[in-house]
Design a protein around this ligand. Structure first.
Ligand code: MGD
Ligand code: MGD
Ligand code: MO
Length: 791
């Protein structure tokens, strides 16, 4: 391979010159009442064909989530480890994620030469991502206007120089959740070998609140159910989650649960299509008729969930009192929990008026759900970001745990807690050591294994990293995947922080905004994606592993010809970076690990609990399941071995006069900060993303009309932030709660608006009002709308 990175005949793809993408052609047709169906299959294949061509599409799609196949990079929903897998275990959005990765569009050195950074800074995230896969290592030095190619050797030397020129606490190492277990293990080892726990990750912005609530109460920061539990549960709550878009394969599991007699309760301010009906594209009859998904739908106000769960607790205890022994699992509560009496006392009284105000629900609706819950002998609570990104998120999740504990819903079939993770390996990354607050136990084992001395002081999470960058306290920022400029809160602060940093390093597959708002020196290191073949090793092709939302570790191996010969696998990049920064005599055998991933797994198996005989077990057909004490033995690894009830004050979001609560969410056509297109099909919104969904009655009160162009102003602790040019769209969301797409609305999130304890940004808890957009903006938007047909 040419280490200079300057010859381009070994790039298999083509550059595209994209027009500026007009995001003003908004069409609104209203929410759909079912998800999936034939259209989903059609879209899957169309996107694949446009991006990667027939052969790459077919080869990748049929290998997804199969034995010795590639783990879908879409989401962390598990596949069956016992039953037979379907011939095609993927969904429309998994297929789109693959199509994005398998694209034959390339961003070559010529492409970078044609576009100055100043020009790229004006482009949308959509435009940047659609430019294709990055083919060569690139650099921009202080004062330069364009990225230019750099050899791998020189790139690593430059990184090494920067790291050696500063102290470890002035470096921060971000991880996005696509990173495989082995890579994550090497990365945290690298940071700790340097002497820092500055290991922020996307989990900080995602399910950190779940971990912060679960660890102290049940002694594990993960979910406690298996796929079989879901399919055999009596009652499943789906709270703050939009599975039709974000975890489509979950719909199959919910449909299965209903077939087995289970009931599903959806709790969401939006009537998401996937929560209503599911047309299973894997069966002919499912495709036509469709299965109903939820039996009950509670259209809750944003931030009202803690109130709902307190009310349900009150109802359960009342019923228990009326009919002792009928609801509460007394034996379990006595043997395995603590804090029950305090909890019972706290829930004895309930102010129903306040509960109705906080939730926007009627008492009768909640009583009905309470009835269902009281009767169920096996209940699961599933939740996602609708309840992890608010100031009181940790308290809300602890309230779920209270409910589960009351009825003994741990360690029995069909029952448990199920935080539905996002990125396909975000859970594995944490298991393998990506954490700014590592436990002493983990560090001791790591130090013993490698003969290093890990720092004990906790490091920066993603919010804190942003602060430190903005305060000029960071000299080196390394990003293993991801796009922190767009993903984090307070966009202006985040971007100013990146620009102040001495060196930013991005290990990436595609161009994104973080490459464009870069440090004084910035290096892009292009890497193999999940579906790419990784065979440039002395021992031949290597595979990696991931852990899904239900603690199953399995292998993943790509088979596609990489788009360029200049890409390196992530473990190789990390090893060479570590050698450059730590010198050739460092205690850790970096090269051996990069040469043969079995070596990484051998090391990890002696550090990460539950991965003993890693290399052997990961080669089993469907991998292996990590230990999970609440699920496996009904035991809790807390300090005193008991699971804890908790009592917290009721909290909910109360907007000041003239303000509404804004939540941000994903469209059906995006993967976090990557956009596949402009079609949020299930919500019936296409052609544009700068929209605010608002209840018609709230709209009337603002004095604006449907489709008016407005500026959005957020207010936090007396500080205002503004995002311009959004279109108001009348939509059946809960009263008082409006919704916009992430990341367009991130500029509105004040850096200090975070969840207590977890420090997760309050992406679903902004207070906003609207102001008329400038006349010029309105005129321009009208031109965009002219060609659009309003349905
Ligand atoms: N196709 C696709 N798949 C993905 C992703 C993607 O971008 N695209 N992202 C991945 C990642 S990283 C993650 S973390 C997951 C995210 O998966 P989700 O959590 O489903 O993601 P969001 O789009 O943020 O949706 C949040 C849902 O919560 C609801 N909600 C908002 N506020 C509240 C509230 O206060 N209470 C309740 N009960 N509900 C509320 C919203 O209406 C919305 O339905 O998806 C993963 N999978
Ligand atoms: N307002 C608002 N903000 C949010 C959220 C929200 O709900 N609302 N959600 C938050 C959540 S849950 C999350 S998880 C974060 C997501 O934050 P991130 O994980 O930082 O963002 P992504 O958009 O997933 O990262 C996309 C980039 O990853 C790179 N990439 C893709 N595949 C690979 C690969 O295989 N290897 C490498 N090295 N790079 C790759 C590509 O260059 C791509 O541009 O955003 C958070 N931000
Ligand atoms: Mo996430």
């Amino acid at each position: 391979m040419d280490d200079q990175g300057r010859s381009h005949d070994d790039v298999r793809g083509h550059t595209v010159e994209l027009e500026d993408i007009d995001e003003r052609k908004l069409k609104v047709s209203g929410p759909k009442d079912y998800a999936a169906g034939i259209k989903a299959v059609k879209v899957s294949f169309q996107r694949g064909l446009t991006q990667g061509g027939l052969s790459r599409t077919v080869r990748s799609m049929f290998r997804v989530n199969q034995d010795r196949g590639v783990d879908c990079p879409g989401c962390a929903w598990p596949e069956s480890v016992t039953g037979d897998r379907k011939k095609v275990e993927f969904c429309e959005n998994g297929a789109k994620a693959l199509a994005e990765e398998n694209t034959k569009r390339v961003a070559t050195p010529e492409w970078w030469a044609q576009h100055s950074i100043a020009e790229l800074e004006q482009k949308t995230e959509y435009w940047l991502g659609q430019s294709g896969r990055i083919t060569h290592p690139m650099i921009v030095r202080e004062g330069e206007t364009h990225y230019t190619p750099i050899s791998w050797t020189e790139a690593f030397e430059t990184i090494g120089e920067h790291i050696r020129a500063t102290t470890a606490d002035r470096c921060t190492f971000y991880t996005s959740g696509r990173t495989a277990n082995e890579t994550a293990f090497m990365y945290q080892l690298f940071a700790r070998s340097l002497g820092t726990n500055n290991l922020p990750d996307c989990s900080n912005m995602c399910h950190e609140s779940s971990g912060s609530a679960l660890n102290p109460t049940i002694g594990i920061g993960k979910g406690t159910v298996s796929l079989e539990d879901i399919e055999n549960s009596e009652l499943i709550f789906v709270v703050g989650q939009n599975p039709g878009t974000n975890h489509p394969r979950m719909l199959g599991s919910l449909a299965e649960a209903r077939k087995n007699g289970g009931k599903v309760v959806a709790v969401n301010p939006l009537p998401e299509a996937g929560l209503m009906r599911f047309k299973d594209p894997q069966t002919p009859q499912g495709m036509i008729k469709g299965d109903r998904i939820s039996d009950e739908y509670l259209q809750i106000k944003v931030g009202g969930d803690q109130a709902l769960f307190q009310a349900l607790g009150h109802i359960l205890l009342r019923k228990e009192e009326e009919n002792p022994g009928s609801v509460v699992d007394r034996a379990f509560v006595e043997s395995s929990t603590k804090g029950f009496e305090e909890y019972r006392a706290a829930r004895a009284q309930l102010d129903w008026d306040e509960i109705e105000q906080a939730t926007g629900l009627q008492r009768a609706e909640i009583e009905e759900i309470g009835e269902l819950l009281a009767k169920s002998k096996a209940t699961i609570f599933c939740w996602a970001l609708g309840i992890t990104q608010q100031p009181h998120s940790v308290d809300t999740i602890k309230e779920i745990i209270n409910l589960l504990l009351l009825q003994g819903n741990f360690g029995k079939p069909g029952a448990g807690a199920c935080p539905v993770r996002g990125h396909s390996n975000v859970q594995g990354d944490r298991t393998f050591g990506i954490w700014e607050k590592p436990t002493e136990g983990f560090l001791e084992k790591l130090d013993a294994e490698f003969g290093i001395e890990s720092p004990r002081e906790h490091g920066y999470d993603s919010t804190e990293s942003m602060y430190q960058m903005a305060d000029d306290n960071i000299d080196v920022f390394v990003s293993l995947g991801g796009n922190l400029a767009m993903a984090n809160s307070d966009t202006a602060l985040m971007e100013s922080g990146l620009k102040k940093t001495g060196l930013t390093v991005h290990i990436s597959t595609k161009p994104n905004r973080s490459h464009v708002v870069h440090g004084k020196t910035s290096i892009i290191l292009p890497t193999l994606g999940r579906s790419d073949k990784d065979d440039k090793h002395p021992g031949g092709a290597q595979f990696l592993s991931v852990e899904n939302s239900m603690s199953v570790v399995s292998s993943t191996q790509g088979r596609l010809e990489p788009i360029s010969d200049h890409l390196l696998a992530e473990p190789v990049i990390l090893a060479r970076m570590a050698e450059a920064a730590l010198g050739p005599d460092h205690a850790v055998g970096w090269k051996a690990m990069a040469d043969d991933y079995d070596v990484i797994r051998d090391h990890a198996s002696r550090v990460v609990p539950g991965t003993e005989n890693f290399n052997e077990r990961v080669r089993d057909k469907y991998g292996f399941v990590l230990p999970n004490p609440p699920r496996d033995q009904r035991s809790f690894a807390t300090a005193d071995g008991k699971a804890g009830f908790t009592v917290r004050e009721l909290e909910y979001l109360t907007p000041p006069e003239g303000y509404l609560v804004l939540q941000t969410m994903r469209s059906h056509d995006q993967y976090n900060t990557t956009f596949y297109g402009l079609d949020d099909r299930y919500r019936g919104i296409s052609g544009g993303r700068r929209v605010i969904l608002i209840h018609p009655d709230d709209l009337a009160q603002t004095g604006f009309s449907d489709r008016d162009v407005v500026d959005v102003v957020s207010m936090f602790r007396g500080e205002e932030r503004r995002a311009e040019r959004f279109r108001l769209v009348a939509y059946p969301t809960a009263r008082g709660c409006v919704a916009a797409y992430y990341p367009e609305a991130n500029a509105l999130v004040h850096r200090d608006l975070v969840a207590r304890e977890s420090n997760t940004p309050g992406f679903k808890a902004m207070m906003v009002r609207f102001e008329p957009a400038s006349e010029e903006a309105r005129d321009e938007e009208e031109q965009g709308l002219e060609s659009a047909v309003a349905v």
